[in-house]
Design a protein around this ligand. Structure first.
Ligand SMILES: NC(=O)c1ccc[n+]([C@@H]2O[C@H](COP(=O)([O-])OP(=O)(O)OC[C@H]3O[C@@H](n4cnc5c(N)ncnc54)[C@H](O)[C@@H]3O)[C@@H](O)[C@H]2O)c1
Length: 266
């Protein structure tokens, strides 16, 4: 068991981050490298993976850039193999990749369902399977996946995305149960509305204000707040946490909206 004085330090640890574009992925590389972890930075786009690797080096750690399609099992297996070969171990894996490809149920095609499942469920599944093999050998490790508030709460045009994210939570829980005795922990982060580049148009907009009005903390989240939660889950600070979904949503997932804040039942 860790000593009482242990903090978030990850000196000498090795991590993989899948999907390192500006936003949650790059911020996760930033916080892991700042805490001392060496980071394998993986993305479909070479320039994005290279920038993340350079960021790790600028922060006094080390990075390795790998480019490929994380829906391809042989590529993800090779990411873990190259990572273990380079750093000698694997302490944490964080899978960021995911996207809401919107469609109403009436207009939703087989292609829409398949692509939502492929991009939201397949990369974290493949990384969990490959990481667990390496982590079980060393008897420790932490796997983190990113689900969504849409995996729990419903909104129009998000059936396929929500089903994939809910499925991801189910996979994560099973992994936590199966790997528990091997020292491998598996958890999920469930973001609410987070100002990533994809939805940066919400900042300061009327639409953004409408979201904020429904969030108990009254503001949208930042990628850094997701990354800090990933750091907590990757570190020994969370040594007894497994199979959990941590909502990072300003309280949005626990709020039941009344007609007005002052409304009283008569
Ligand atoms: N932004 C939000 O408000 C919000 C809310 C809830 C959940 N989420 C979840 O957070 C995560 C991050 O969202 P984001 O908008 O920052 O993502 P993003 O699409 O901006 O970043 C994902 C990165 O993954 C890379 N990528 C995409 N497909 C890939 C593939 N097949 N192989 C390898 N790399 C690939 C992209 O190049 C990109 O750099 C997603 O899982 C998303 O579902 C976001």
């Amino acid at each position: 068991m860790m000593a009482q004085t242990d903090v978030l330090g990850l000196d000498g640890a090795a991590a993989i981050v899948l999907g390192v574009g500006p936003g949650m992925g790059l911020e996760t590389v930033r916080v892991l490298a700042s805490a001392g972890a060496r980071v394998t930075c993986v993305d479909l786009q070479e320039d994005i993976a290279e920038s993340a690797k350079e960021l790790a080096a600028e922060l006094g750690s080390e990075g390795m850039a790998l480019t490929g399609d994380a829906t391809d099992r042989s590529f993800v297996d090779s990411v873990v193999e190259q990572s273990v070969s380079r750093w000698g171990r694997l302490d944490s894996s964080v899978s960021i990749i995911g996207r809401n490809q919107l469609a109403t149920l009436e207009e939703s095609t087989d292609e829409n369902w398949t692509s939502n499942w492929d991009i939201n469920l397949r990369p974290p599944l493949l990384l969990t399977q490959a990481s667990a093999k390496a982590m079980k050998k060393q008897g420790s490790g932490s796997i983190v996946v990113i689900t969504s508030i849409n995996g729990t709460l419903s909104s129009p045009r998000a059936a396929a995305y929500g089903a994939a994210k809910a499925g991801l939570v189910s996979m994560m829980r099973t992994a936590a149960v199966e790997f528990g005795r091997s020292g491998v922990r598996v958890n999920a982060i469930s973001p609410g509305v987070v100002l990533t580049p994809r939805i940066s148009f919400l900042a300061g907009s009327e639409e953004g204000a409408q979201f904020e009005a429904r969030i108990p903390m009254g503001r949208l989240g930042s990628p850094h707040e997701i990354a800090n939660t990933a750091l907590f889950l990757a570190s020994p600070m969370s040594s007894y946490v497994t199979g959990q979904v941590i909502g990072v949503d300003g309280g949005a997932s626990v709020a039941y909206q009344l007609p007005t804040p002052e409304w009283k039942q008569h």
